[in-house]
Design a protein around this ligand. Structure first.
Ligand SMILES: Cc1ncc(C[n+]2csc(CCOP(=O)(O)OP(=O)(O)O)c2C)c(N)n1
Ligand code: SF4
Length: 266
């Protein structure tokens, strides 16, 4: 299948602003799926609400565009009833870790076989630039005009601590790595998290004087380094990219089916 066969072209042109990073994530994800030769019918995408969550409308998979912060709850229901399907959940940082934070940690803890993609632009894009739990101290937002005083989560550390069995990070500058990490995350049997640093030039970029979308991507190029690199030792402020966790642990749906079998015997 060609890349465009996975898209619902009738919904284009898309609603993203010029320079938004979310389209790069869509591109990287579709290329990963095309490379694996997956059929559209094997994939379910559930999403909440947000510019990032809009991805579920543009892909020609089984899709559920649901409630802000609840994408993983819907995904859990789908996966438990149809474990043979691949469930992918694109989320914004607000969707995943503000209103949806509780769903996120518990999906990770259960190790249910879902691929969570956190599109981290450090702001609520869709609703006009409010700060999110990923904005970080010292940033400016519509709701923090005198500077944000909240510390940010580290998505990778949070996912690791909550029990995710595949945890990775990259950025929209590293488009080949997006495809590679999403491919591995889909193949992984367990809860996988791929954080993708994405640019919102319209709100985060403008409010924090980060320049154009291209400047923001240059920032991702210059301020990140492969995990475990020498550069990180020399400059601890660099953000690491790559795979942080990849391990096998019992998967939730498999364990659940064993419980059903035991209950039927008993
Ligand atoms: C229950 C509920 N609360 C709040 C909203 C309003 N709302 C819609 S999207 C959004 C945040 C979007 O930010 P994020 O998830 O980071 O995605 P982005 O738009 O930046 O890609 C909010 C607060 C909503 N739709 N539903
Ligand atoms: S508001 Fe930000 S996140 Fe939303 S489409 Fe525009 S650039 Fe992208």
């Amino acid at each position: 299948m060609a890349v465009k066969d996975y898209l619902r072209e009738r919904f284009f042109p898309h609603m993203w602003c010029p320079g938004c990073g979310h389209g790069i994530v869509l591109n990287g994800m579709i290329r990963a799926i095309e490379k694996m030769g997956m059929s559209k019918n094997e994939i379910v995408m559930t999403s909440g609400i947000g510019c990032s969550s809009r991805i579920s409308g543009y892909v020609d998979f089984h899709s559920l565009h649901t409630i802000h912060g609840r994408a993983l709850a819907f995904a859990t229901g789908v996966k438990l009833s149809k474990p043979e399907l691949n469930v992918i959940v694109p989320m914004g940082d607000g969707d995943a870790l503000s209103i949806g934070g509780n769903h996120f940690i518990h999906a990770a803890r259960r190790n249910i076989d879902i691929t969570a993609i956190v599109m981290n632009n450090r702001i609520y894009g869709m609703t006009g630039g409010q700060y999110s739990p990923l904005s970080g101290q010292g940033t400016l937002a519509t709701t923090a005009p005198y500077s944000n005083i909240d510390q940010a989560f580290d998505v990778v550390e949070l996912a690791k601590a909550a029990g995710a069995t595949f945890v990775a990070r990259t950025s929209t500058y590293h488009v080949q790595q997006i495809s590679e990490l999403i491919r591995k995350a889909i193949l992984h049997e367990g809860f996988s998290v791929v954080e993708i640093m994405s640019q919102c030039p319209t709100y985060f970029g403008r409010k924090n004087k980060m320049g154009s979308a291209a400047d923001m991507m240059k920032f991702f190029k210059e301020q990140t380094t492969p995990v475990g690199s020498k550069a990180k030792e020399q400059n601890p402020a660099l953000i690491e990219r790559g795979i942080f966790v990849e391990k096998d642990l019992p998967e939730y749906c498999e364990e659940y089916s064993k419980i059903i079998a035991r209950a039927q015997v008993g």
